[in-house]
Design a protein around this ligand. Sequence first.
Ligand SMILES: C[S@@+](CC[C@H](N)C(=O)[O-])C[C@H]1O[C@@H](n2cnc3c(N)ncnc32)[C@H](O)[C@@H]1O
Ligand code: SF4
Length: 384
Amino acid sequence: MSDEASAFGVYVHWPFCLSKCPYCDFNSHVRHAAIDETRFARAFAAEIAATAERVPGRTVSTIFFGGGTPSLMQPATIAAVLDAIARHWRVAPDVEVTLEANPTSVEAARFRGYRSAGVNRVSLGVQALDDRALGELGRLHSAREALDAVAVARSVFDRYSFDLIYARPGQQPQDWAKELKSALAEAGEHLSLYQLTIEPETPFAGLHAAGRLVIPDQDAARALYDTTQDVCAAHNLPAYEISNHARPGGECRHNLVYWRAHEYAGVGPGAHGRLDIADARHATATEKRPEAWLSRVEKSGHGLITDDELTREQMADEFLLMGLRLAEGIDPARYVAISGRALDTARIAELHEHGLVETTADGRLRVTMPGFPVLDAVVADLAA
Ligand SMILES: C[S@@+](CC[C@H](N)C(=O)[O-])C[C@H]1O[C@@H](n2cnc3c(N)ncnc32)[C@H](O)[C@@H]1O
Ligand code: SF4
């Protein structure tokens, strides 16, 4: 993986879904009336123009349509957004353009249209290969339908990935190993494997608090995590990030932009960005509510509601928080360049002693396999 210093990503958020999954706290909304995509496409183009005025002259290396469910967008809407990006920035010849898709047949039927529009990678939310688990997760597709969508993705795109959620209620390591092996048989170069998280204010949070949804405890979750690492490594799909696995070269370049603390623009309702303007890094965020975002963009040309200059301290903390999620770890010299001070050697020595971090032959600092399950504590220790 090369650490391209000039990487610049564009994230585009589509905030609608057909139904709301009970575990999910992404900025996604269900609307019963038809969405006016032409109006959204115009607003996306306006926000892209406004962002490009603030950060002109960039070369876009990655574009990511995330959601919500971007596979509900018409291919013509995707094409309009990609056109707007190309009108305002240079687009790298090898640009990665990913679209998140739900694995239903209706959405898979649009894959060729997306490819013609310029998408070259899809990421499918398969979530489970077990119909009972899919039902419990509130998904609208069966395992068969998801695998059929994966097959369409494989036939249309050179690059595809899919997501699974594990550490589900009652899940045992041997069942998960079996399910994961079936997934690996269908996988291309990339898989995202997330442990089920109970997000505040979701229906799952209510059920969990009432004792009606019991998820694996810390030890059981650790056993499932270890199974994930062992099975994937044996299938040549090692973790390059705490929840993401790829064959070398198959990593999601867009997500690497975040984890390597490079620059990215966020477009659409509730999108976040990190923009480098006049030697300062700005953390940006747009209005989350889709219709309020539309009105704001139509009135003032952009939907920004947050635009904060980060301090060196905040940038350094973010650099650690994101970079230590990666198996490649961080370059301590870049930490010094950002923060103006070195990492605390006594703390590093202590983490080394506990086997939670290691220093590579080329001087990078990275979290070890035993360190990943306690990553938050490791980062907190180093950032303190
Ligand atoms: C923006 S969402 C999904 C895209 C698409 N709408 C779908 O559901 O297929 C990205 C991924 O986050 C994961 N995810 C969402 N909520 C989660 C949770 N509470 N715990 C673990 N993984 C979660 C799911 O695997 C999901 O595919
Ligand atoms: S998991 Fe995907 S489909 Fe379900 S509510 Fe979240 S974004 Fe929408």
